[in-house]
Design a protein around this ligand. Structure first.
Ligand SMILES: Cc1cc2nc3c(=O)[nH]c(=O)nc-3n(C[C@H](O)[C@H](O)[C@H](O)COP(=O)(O)OP(=O)(O)OC[C@H]3O[C@@H](n4cnc5c(N)ncnc54)[C@H](O)[C@@H]3O)c2cc1C
Length: 474
């Protein structure tokens, strides 16, 4: 019988049952016993904080381009412990900032270049999984952005128009209610936008397989090794309890967890995203639902929902809504938030009446990182020897691949297309100090939920003009 992740207990750092942190880690297909930790002070060419997608892709591309490099990855838990081993399985070309907002900030040409690189990253992940023999369950089913209720129709039409403005609409399709139901039968669906540039993956298998690929290329990964501080300048280094790791370049790839480092406390806001998962559904249930194409599915709520169909025939239903924690705190116990998980289970039953009586076997969650302007950063300061990529706002699977390619190019001084994207050396302003940060985050979270509820009750699209909308969506 499948374990219910929400019953997990953590007895202490050494006793963590890593398989209990997500269905993906549980089914990673391997023993999650941690690799050895850092034995003592070390020197390397490049040292990387974090063995999630960002850190591992960066190590991978550095070593592929220069196999002579000594690359060391320091991970406070195990590879894939963070969002990379817990996410909604979407490997999606969409970028956290909307195309319209990107054009406003950076112009059409830079926006198109960025969005084409994102499409390229979706392809690249599938290719690397294949060449490296990673059983990542990569499946290119595309994405369906569903208008649930007429209030959501303008959002998908606007998204199509934004793609048209950039000349990128060619393979996007606006589907009516009937065409949507031919793909997947969702209550209240009045239309959808199909985008083929999206795949599903098994996130933990991808992260763990990438870690092994990095090791095959000669990289070293030390697990259960926390970086407590870092210094740039003449002697870039990471500080750990086992001693310092000195390197020509240090890479900060800890996403939401970077808020735990004193120097980065206000750079990203950790927001929890939560997921529930059904048992494998019967053929009769799938016959009612359809979904043979295994598309990634979402509606257009500000409060965000994301769905995928797993390789073993379950429905994954994820969403935001768990409260921000004062002081940007991140704790394992925050992964489980009863009322949010219950809300997600109810929403799943509402979307798919065929789930009546179906068991939900897993519930988990994790923190993602919001920068102050929603715009991810991929940067390297050669004078300081400090690189970072972060702030994916919950859309980091494909973006982290692009980050890895970009950081490798920047560190190696290669003048490539990736190295001149608008994400490069982007510096968002810091979040407000507490208690303003807490007040603002909670206000926006509550405000956006109200806007969504109002749109659903009245059938009127959100105005886009409320304070919460202006502060909380891009
Ligand atoms: C529940 C959830 C669902 C999501 N769904 C999707 C989705 O469907 N599609 C999508 O594109 N994105 C999704 N995201 C976001 C996406 O998973 C992340 O953006 C992406 O995985 C970030 O990768 P990362 O390597 O930058 O960070 P992480 O995967 O969080 O990795 C950071 C790593 O750094 C380690 N670390 C942190 N601090 C230290 C330190 N001081 N010393 C040493 N190690 C440290 C952590 O233990 C962790 O392993 C989701 C996120 C969550 C939480």
């Amino acid at each position: 019988m499948t374990r219910i992740v929400s019953s997990r207990k953590h007895a202490g750092p050494e006793a963590k049952d890593y398989g209990s942190f997500s269905f993906w880690l549980e089914t990673a297909g391997e023993d999650l016993t941690p690799r050895p930790s850092l034995p003592g002070p070390t020197e390397a060419d490049v040292a990387i904080l974090g063995a999630g997608f960002t850190g591992l892709w960066t190590a991978y591309y550095l070593l592929r381009q220069d196999p002579s490099l000594h690359v060391v990855v320091l991970e406070s838990e195990i590879a894939g412990f963070g969002a990379s081993g817990r996410n909604g399985a979407w490997c999606n070309s969409a970028f956290p900032v909307t195309p319209g907002e990107l054009v406003r900030r950076f112009g059409k040409e830079a926006t198109k270049a960025l969005l084409l690189e994102m499409r390229g990253a979706v392809d690249e992940i599938g290719k690397v999984a294949e060449t490296e023999g990673i059983d990542a369950q990569y499946f290119r089913g595309g994405q369906l952005r569903v208008a649930r209720g007429s209030a959501q129709l303008p959002a998908i039409e606007d998204a199509y128009k934004a793609a048209q403005t950039l000349g990128m609409e060619e393979d996007l399709h606006l589907l009516d209610a009937q065409e949507t139901a031919e793909r997947v039968r969702i209550t209240g669906a009045e239309g959808s936008l199909f985008n083929p540039h999206c795949a599903t993956i098994h996130p933990a298998r991808l992260a763990r397989g990438l870690a092994r690929a990095v090791e095959r290329l000669g990289g070293e990964i030390f697990e259960q090794t926390s970086v407590t501080d870092y210094e740039g300048g003449a002697n870039p280094r990471f500080v750990t309890d086992a001693g310092e790791v000195r390197a020509s370049a240090v890479v900060l790839a800890g996403e939401a967890y970077l808020a735990r480092l004193r120097k980065l406390r206000r750079q990203v806001l950790p927001i929890y995203s939560l997921i529930v998962l059904t048992e494998p559904l019967s053929e009769a249930q799938w016959a009612q639902i359809g979904w043979e194409g295994h598309e990634c599915v979402a509606s257009n709520r500000y409060t965000v929902d994301y769905l995928s169909r797993t390789a073993d025939g379950r429905i994954l239903f994820g969403g935001r809504g768990a409260p921000y924690h004062y002081g940007s705190r991140i704790e394992d116990e925050y992964d489980l938030h009863h009322s949010t998980h219950e809300m997600l289970r109810n929403a799943a039953r509402e979307w798919f009446p065929a789930l009546e009586g179906a068991r939900f076997t897993h519930a988990w969650g994790g923190p993602l990182a919001m920068p102050r302007d929603w715009m991810p950063t991929m940067s390297y300061d050669p004078a300081q020897g400090v690189a970072t990529a972060r702030g994916y706002t919950g859309q980091g699977v494909a973006t982290a691949n692009l980050s890895g390619q970009t950081l490798a190019d920047l560190i190696l001084g290669r003048d490539t297309a990736a190295a001149s994207l608008p994400t490069v050396n982007h510096e968002p302003r810091s979040w407000e100090p507490e208690p303003l940060r807490w007040l603002g985050a909670r206000y926006v979270q509550r405000g956006l939920a109200k806007v969504d509820d109002h749109a659903e009750q009245t059938g009127e699209p959100p105005s886009g003009k409320t304070l919460a909308e202006r502060l909380g969506s891009h």
